[in-house]
Design a protein around this ligand. Sequence first.
Ligand code: PHB
Length: 392
Amino acid sequence: MNTQVGIVGGGPAGLMLSHLLHLKGIDSVVLESRTREEVEGTIRAGVLEQNTVDLMVDTGLGDRVKREGLTHHGIELRFGGRGHRIDFDELTNGRAVTVYPQHEVLKDLIARRLEDDGDIRFGVSDVQVHGHTSDKPKITYLDADGNEQTLTCALVAGCDGSRTSTRGLIPETTVRTDHFRQYPFAWFGILAEAPPSSEELIYANHPRGFALISTRTPEVQRHYLQVDPDDSVDNWSDDRIWSELHARVDGEGAEIKDGKIFQKSILQFRSFVCEPMQHGNLFLAGDAAHTVPPTGAKGMNLAIADVYFLSKAMSEYFATRSRAGLEGYTDSVLPRVWRTQHFSWWMSSMLHRLPGDTGFGHKRQVAELDMVTRSVAGRTLIAENYVGTPLG
Ligand code: PHB
């Protein structure tokens, strides 16, 4: 089997890349280790930047997100028991974010790829890329029935998430540098059948720790509590979760509405960037190349931004045989990756309780939040980065 672009991984980066390439007349095959049901059922992020929604709409994926997505024109930063609104409309000239779960984006992408006769192989295993620095890379894998298969292609995209195997093909130290940062906290996330507690997301800084009030649909809410990285879901009864959410968020203008919790999980926090994101004919995109902590809701949006630029470079190559765009891929995306790393780190460090803090750290955070939210420039900085700086 032969194709133009072999794509390892069928998450947001891999599927969007395959879709964008198809629109430019380029063939690809997507290899995904999970089944279609697993891909479409895994609960992940939920907030789409303006850029992501615009790209979906502009490339014919916009029907459901426009109908079912919840447009948010601001967020609330809560500290000192009071809310402080960041008004996206006013501060970014009408840009907004849309709450629409990642697995719904994946359902839309898969449906569209299949309608367009796209080739997605689910349930594959033992995926190995060979000869990525030659002009005839090859990917071997076992298909869902366990049969050995070989895919030859001109270019390979490593879109296989944070547990990537493709990143390891870029030789460490001689070519590749990994930048890594671990945080001393984690998020305990719940999904609950409950009415919305707030019209907009609330990011709460509280001496007991951070809390985030988010949503999925008018009937299902998504909330998070800062916990220790080695905490376990077993330590958290439903009562304990609700009373901690009330303690951290309730106050002037906010009151959490309880409901039936049906999913609990712990998310670790890390920042990671690998440089460069290309080696020969292998190109990394999304979490295979970088991870951001979830505080700015950036992970999936950054993956989509990567493949937007990667698809342009690849289509220039197939149209002209010029490698300029391919060789410039890392430089075209890394500044955005690092700006996003900074924003996610900044939001995280401003909002979370710092272990071992004697009180100075919290006072300093409140002063920073006060400074930022009082100033139009400060609020604009948050708003612009939250809705996402334009891709163009
Ligand atoms: C979510 O709804 O899952 C969510 C929202 C905002 C974030 C992170 C996660 O910053």
